[in-house]
Ligand binder design. Sequence first.
Ligand code: FES
Ligand code: FES
Length: 157
Amino acid sequence: MPDVTITVNGQRETRAVETRTLLVHFLREQLRLTGTHVGCDTSQCGACVVHLDGRSVKSCTILAVQADGAEVTTIEGIGTEEKLHPMQEAFRQHHGLQCGFCTPGMIMRAIDLVDRDPDADEKTVRHQLEGNFCRCTGYQNIVAAILAGAIAMRNQT
Ligand code: FES
Ligand code: FES
């Protein structure tokens, strides 16, 4: 089995992996970072979104060996319990979650969206979220949270 080294949430991690190991399974099973969820086996739901070298990706579509040498950020790496990331705080304030299963992927997607398009309007946010499913169908509040989170992120810089 080859070794891969991936910097995850700022920490270099080296593990032996089977070449077929998906990045999401590397994160969840080998590093025990279970905030990244698996919600489908068809690469459609977006529950597994993380940042790979600063861009949001579905970690179920990437092999761990493909991420060798890369930097990955998961939901565990963006804030703390004492100080949430502004986008997490916006989800909390705007009730952007019900069961919470889709939430890590939504938040990681939203942060990337705002990083790339800080002034995204509601239509753009809805369009950009088409790869993230919420089975509780809380889209109204999720979109409101992202728009508020975008303002908070802008004010932070
Ligand atoms: S688990 Fe990756 S898109 Fe559903
Ligand atoms: S909050 Fe339940 S799936 Fe989105």
